[in-house]
Design a protein around this ligand. Structure first.
Ligand SMILES: Cc1cc2nc3c(=O)[nH]c(=O)nc-3n(C[C@H](O)[C@H](O)[C@H](O)COP(=O)(O)OP(=O)(O)OC[C@H]3O[C@@H](n4cnc5c(N)ncnc54)[C@H](O)[C@@H]3O)c2cc1C
Length: 404
């Protein structure tokens, strides 16, 4: 057992942190949060640093990085941008760019993967529909074969990066039903496509007014008889559900690392504050009511950091050596998604309480974190109870899936 990062990974972390300390300061994060957009230069610099779609193989335009290294990047970006808008862009593109690249045609690679890795396009995920996000197999959007083309119809909603895709070009890994499900197997008969945002018949709805991660958009996408060549299909016909689950797994892992980084930053800002702020003649950090809270949260943070990086290592072993089954890794990844975002939310909440009235103002950066992390607590890339269902399914067996 060896808990050390490689020298290369340590140097990588240092390089990302150095860049963040100059280009992604809390002042800049506040500016982005107010303006509601990530400047193009930031996206370009992320690409120049080799962060965008970093787990995609080098020959396809990525950096060929492993998931442990991608978690380091996510953690550092979360540490810097506690609003988590830039980490969201990073992790959505890394996770969904990876799964798209793994199964797509060279045509799609040329159209979006290589460009997104250079920061010249955006790639996201469009799975959720108005009728619900958790029950992925219940989607109503359809794909109908028309010779060597497909006709896509339906509407996807709460989709991250709709405006970014409009501005930069690119589109979304999109799941539609292409054949009726066999009895008792609703997850079959769905196919994944790369849906270019500028394809005729695609209409982007208005941006939702959300409570957090203001610098990245969330909107809806209507597909009205969108005609796509078969080259836009990702993976085998009817197997889209499995690919979507693979994408969710990788995204959820990076979400864990992002939330760790943000929680670490909140704790550090809090420690600085409690050493300086005095009440009843002493720095409040001298009082056990504060110290014990700090000690509890630090301990939990370290426990979760171990879980995140152990899971990242398992994910790497799965991809590189087939050492764990995909579902074994999924179980751990769901534990990461279940535990880290609520914990990070708690850290922001508690540190804001330490800060008293100042914590409630926008002069203090912490409210950006509380608002941003709530997105992953509430369910972006998978709701909490869905993680519990996955974990229980892996522990008890498929006969215990509650909705079957
Ligand atoms: C900021 C943000 C960005 C997003 N970006 C994207 C994106 O880019 N692409 C995309 O496709 N989607 C995106 N989503 C949607 C996200 O994937 C869904 O919110 C999520 O899957 C949950 O779906 P839902 O919101 O419809 O909730 P529902 O599925 O309606 O669930 C509501 C509640 O019921 C619980 N629940 C559901 N089923 C069960 C059950 N069987 N047992 C117990 N409890 C249950 C859930 O845990 C949840 O608390 C985003 C969401 C947010 C908030």
């Amino acid at each position: 057992m060896n808990f050390a990062f490689t020298e290369e990974q340590e140097l990588f972390r240092k390089a990302v942190r150095e860049w963040c300390s100059k280009e992604l300061t809390l002042e800049k994060v506040r500016e982005m949060d107010n303006k509601g957009e990530i400047p193009r230069e930031i996206i370009k610099e992320l690409a120049d640093l080799g962060l965008l779609l970093m787990t995609v193989p080098e020959e396809h335009g990525g950096a060929g990085a492993d998931w442990t290294t991608a978690c380091i990047a996510a953690e550092e970006l979360g540490y810097a941008d506690i609003s988590i808008a830039v980490p969201v862009l990073f992790l959505v593109e890394t996770a969904w760019g990876f799964v798209t690249d793994k199964y797509c045609t060279e045509h799609v690679r040329e159209e979006v993967i290589r460009k997104a890795a250079r920061g010249e396009a955006f790639i996201g995920i469009a799975s959720t529909e108005a009728s619900g996000g958790s029950d992925v197999a219940a989607i109503r959007s359809t794909g109908t074969r028309d010779g060597d083309h497909w006709i896509l119809n339906g509407e996807k909603t709460y989709i991250s990066g709709t405006e970014e895709a409009k501005k930069l070009g690119g589109g979304h890994f999109t799941l539609v039903r292409t054949s009726p499900p066999p009895p008792g197997a609703a997850h079959r008969g769905m196919t994944a496509f790369f849906l270019p945002i500028n394809a005729p018949g695609v209409e982007v709805g208005k941006r939702f007014e959300e409570m957090g991660r203001m610098a990245i958009s969330t909107g809806s996408i209507v597909m009205d008889n969108v005609r796509l060549p078969d080259a836009y299909r990702i993976g085998e016909e009817g197997k889209g559900f499995y690919l979507t689950m693979e994408g969710f797994d990788n995204a959820r892992l990076l979400i864990g690392a992002t939330c760790l980084g943000a929680a670490q930053r909140a704790l550090e800002l809090g420690m600085q504050y409690i050493k300086e702020r005095k009440a009843f003649g002493n720095p409040i950090g001298k009082y056990e009511g504060i110290q014990f809270d700090l000690a509890d949260m630090w301990s939990e943070l370290e426990a979760l950091r171990s879980l995140v990086y152990r899971t990242a290592w398992m994910n790497d072993e799965k991809y590189k050596r087939g050492r764990f089954t995909p579902l074994e890794v999924t179980k751990y990844i769901s534990a990461v998604k279940l535990k880290v975002p609520p914990f990070a939310f708690k850290v922001f909440e508690h540190v804001m309480l330490w800060m008293g009235a100042w914590g409630y103002t926008k002069d203090c950066p912490l409210e950006m974190g509380l608002r941003g992390i709530m997105s992953y607590y509430i369910g972006a890339e998978g709701a909490m109870n869905i993680q519990r269902i996955i974990i229980a399914r892996e522990l008890l067996g498929r006969d215990y899936i509650p909705y079957k």
